[in-house]
Ligand binder design. Structure first.
Ligand code: AMP
Length: 600
């Protein structure tokens, strides 16, 4: 089936499809639409963002509901407000020739009364986030007892975000005999459980590697020392002057920090994470859509449903905890028929995760080198040359031409070009001329940093009973000691104590910090252990040692000493610590940006 006509869609929808310029149904549309139009069946579709899945369930739903009725017949649940709004807008577009259609979006962070009013007008389709939907049901502001079609969109993501209970609760208010269509990029156990619980013999379709999204995306990884992660990010940005990207971090804190550093260094960057108010998030997204922000630094949760089609690069500043999430991240680029690149900055300790991701995405990564300083200068120079070449002449300049010509009377064309380009080039050249190679050679063993070198193993008197697992303890240590993500490794959490390792050069700093450190009202004791990361008997002995708290020690200001340490480390790092050599103007599509002076 090569055309939308072949799929059995009615004239109103075909007209809208024509208006939108869709020519060929995507894979998921070609598979799902005929099934959903012909049968009242449950469906499980494995398809990721960018494959055209909204239309795959949207068209059949629009064709099957009664437009002349005011009863709510279709319910679409989606993980985030952004996605909810995106689906609503798409459905309105698809149904713009369907007379009487009323689609209402229900999501948190906006007036519940307004949303209830809209529903009351007679919404045949409700698109909702689970939290707000549940709220509206409990307040009896919606009636979903006559739903005929329900869609669980990005089911894996909704479950990731902890919406299982809410979804169960919402679906319990819908009729048994409705059809349920579940769309998910991945099929973890939890999604399979939901499918089993709420669906009856669902037809399954898979949009494999052939889908629009993944085929358009190439995957690259860059191996660097963990402490060079940020420098690597800047180089990747500088090597791609027209980058329009989402940069993913693991935590809200890192997201904010990276964005702030980028802004400080003169990049057009912004942060998007859950600690921002809805209003702040809206402003950031607006600036991103307008391309006033070229690098949107985001957490996974906040970036869900970003409906921006022309993202050129996804940069995994850190890999996600759940490697399945990588699929969602890379799906932000390569949308709507465009190509995109998903880049991963990895340290040695993470490099083996690349293999696992390759298995999931069924595509190979290309290992690439972080460009060196001269390569970046060259890219910037050629980019500027192209920009100059393609610039339309502004004839307002004509009246100044004589004076300018006089100034350059004795200058040859070559000389003039050199002078002109030096204005920009010298800035980059000065910045990068002393830069060092950031690449680390691959080690097939996937060793952690310092495995072959000089490490210190520590005992710490907190464990599982204090609520830690290895990841939480690693994050805790990393945060309080102000260390890089891979500076703490081999974290081994026991019931009431744990072990961890750092490179020996950090020993003094670690011990100094913990000489007198209290957390949640109790002393946290750290001592050097002879345990090398395997035996626990040593650890048991150390646990007793841990009781030897030196409560009588003077209370020194450890934080300042740790800050000094990290300050020293930073200053030692490289000649690239400073801000980016900026182009003199920010890049916007609207042309409304302020001309920006270089910071260098
Ligand atoms: P989705 O996977 O639903 O988020 O869709 C990704 C993007 O592709 C949206 O901007 C859609 O408007 C667009 N799209 C969906 N179906 C098609 C199609 N058959 N041809 C071209 N673009 C499409």
């Amino acid at each position: 089936m090569n055309t939308f006509q072949d799929l059995g869609l009615n004239q109103d929808l075909l007209q809208a499809i024509n208006d939108m310029g869709f020519v060929t149904p995507s894979d998921v549309q070609a598979q799902a639409i005929p099934i959903l139009l012909d049968q009242d069946t449950d469906l499980v579709a494995l398809a990721q963002t960018g494959t055209g899945k909204t239309a795959a369930f949207g068209f059949p739903m629009l064709q099957k509901i009664q437009m002349d009725s005011r009863t709510t017949q279709g319910l679409i649940l989606s993980p985030t407000r952004e996605l909810c709004l995106q689906i609503t807008n798409e459905l309105k577009q698809y149904g713009k020739h369907c007379k009487g259609l009323h689609v209402v979006a229900i999501y948190g962070g906006a007036s519940i009364t307004e949303q209830a009013k809209e529903v009351k007008k007679g919404a045949q389709i409700i698109v909702a986030t689970p939290g707000r939907m549940k709220d509206m049901i409990s307040r009896r502001l919606v009636n979903i007892s006559k739903i005929e079609y329900s869609v669980l969109d990005e089911a894996d993501e909704m479950l990731n975000m902890g919406f299982y209970e809410d979804i169960t609760d919402i679906l319990s208010h819908t009729p048994q005999e409705k059809s349920t269509w579940l769309f998910s990029a991945t099929m973890p156990k939890e999604v399979a459980t939901i499918a089993k619980k709420f669906m009856h013999q669902p037809i399954e379709i898979t949009v494999g590697t052939k889908n629009v999204g993944s085929d358009q995306v190439s995957h690259e990884y860059y191996l660097v020392n963990a402490r060079d992660r940020y420098l690597a990010l800047k180089r990747l940005a500088d090597a791609n002057p027209d980058i329009f990207s989402v940069v993913f971090c693991r935590t809200k804190r890192d997201t904010q920090k990276v964005a702030e550093k980028l802004i400080e260094d003169g990049y057009n960057a912004g942060a998007l994470h859950g600690d921002l108010s809805q209003n702040q998030r809206d402003l950031v997204m607006k600036a991103f859509r307008n391309k006033q922000i070229q690098m949107l630094v985001a957490t996974d949760v906040a970036a869900r449903g970003i409906d921006v089609d022309d993202i050129t690069h996804v940069i995994n500043y850190q890999l996600p905890d759940e490697i399945e999430t990588y699929t969602h991240r890379s799906g932000r680029t390569g949308r709507a028929g465009k190509t995109g690149v998903s880049m991963v900055i990895v340290s040695k300790s993470e490099v083996r995760k690349i293999k696992s991701i390759e298995r999931i995405i069924k595509k190979d990564f290309v290992k690439k080198d972080i460009p060196n300083g001269m390569e970046i200068c060259e890219v910037q120079l050629m980019s500027l040359a192209n920009k100059v070449h393609n610039t339309e002449v502004n004839h307002e300049i004509d009246k100044y031409l004589d004076s300018i010509n006089q100034l350059f009377d004795d200058t040859s064309k070559d000389e003039l070009i050199k002078k002109f380009f030096s204005v920009e080039f010298t800035r980059f050249f000065n910045y990068y001329q002393k830069s060092h190679d950031l690449n680390v050679s691959a080690d097939a063993s996937g060793n952690r940093p310092g495995d072959s070198g000089d490490n210190t193993r520590y005992f710490i008197n907190v464990g599982k009973k204090d609520g830690y697992d290895w990841m939480k303890l690693k994050d805790f240590l990393k945060e309080i000691l102000e260390l890089g993500r891979d500076d703490v490794f081999k974290v081994d959490v026991k019931e009431s104590f744990s072990f961890f390792t750092t490179e020996s050069k950090l020993q003094e700093k670690v011990l100094a910090f913990f000489t007198d450190f209290k957390h949640n009202g109790r002393f946290v004791n750290v001592e050097v252990s002879e345990d090398k990361g395997r035996s626990t008997s040593r650890g048991k002995r150390r646990r007793d040692g841990g009781k030897r708290r030196r409560d009588d020690k003077p209370r020194g200001d450890r934080r300042s000493s740790s800050k000094n340490d990290s300050g020293n480390r930073r200053s030692r790092r490289s000649s690239e610590g400073g801000s980016k050599p900026r182009r003199s103007e920010t890049r916007t599509s609207s042309g409304s940006s302020r001309p920006r002076r270089s910071r260098r």
